[in-house]
Design a protein around this ligand. Sequence first.
Ligand code: GDP
Ligand code: MG
Length: 163
Amino acid sequence: MLPLVALVGRPNVGKSTLFNALTRSRAALVHDEPGVTRDRHYGVCRRVEDRPFMVVDTGGISGEDEGLAGLTAQQSGAAIDEADIVVFVVDAKHAPLPVDEEILRRLRRTGKPVLLALNKIDAADAHEAGAEYARLGVADVIRLSAAHQRGVDELVDEILERL
Ligand code: GDP
Ligand code: MG
């Protein structure tokens, strides 16, 4: 069995785009509408050829626990539970919301390694966003642009260091 890395975070932060970048496929559905990926979706990352790992894309945690959004968050919870490492994806264009802190508390309870992927740095002031998200207290922050394939290899290196 390959090790498993879960991509979690709020809807629309770029999890599926990152999944595609990592697995170099168009398998994950990328969409402008928040919450498009409602099931877990698996792929293999072979960016470092002799060290493949599995990646699971998740539907996004919105903070609503009713209805479809709640179901999606449960799916994310299941992905977190089965993962060896969690990549917490956030959108650098927007400051962290209370739900981000909730997600982080949930992640910390697992005791698993957590990497903070500060995505969309192509469209944000990376310095400002870095300072905002530094407040969350995650030591390991990787700045990236999944859509432009920037920082993805660095993220893979950080993942491999922790597997
Ligand atoms: P998910 O809901 O977290 O899976 O987010 P998606 O991967 O579906 O992306 C949501 C939106 O953000 C889409 O319009 C993407 O094209 C856009 N997006 C994803 N990554 C980036 C990025 O690195 N830079 C920019 N500017 N947009 C991005
Ligand atoms: Mg998605």
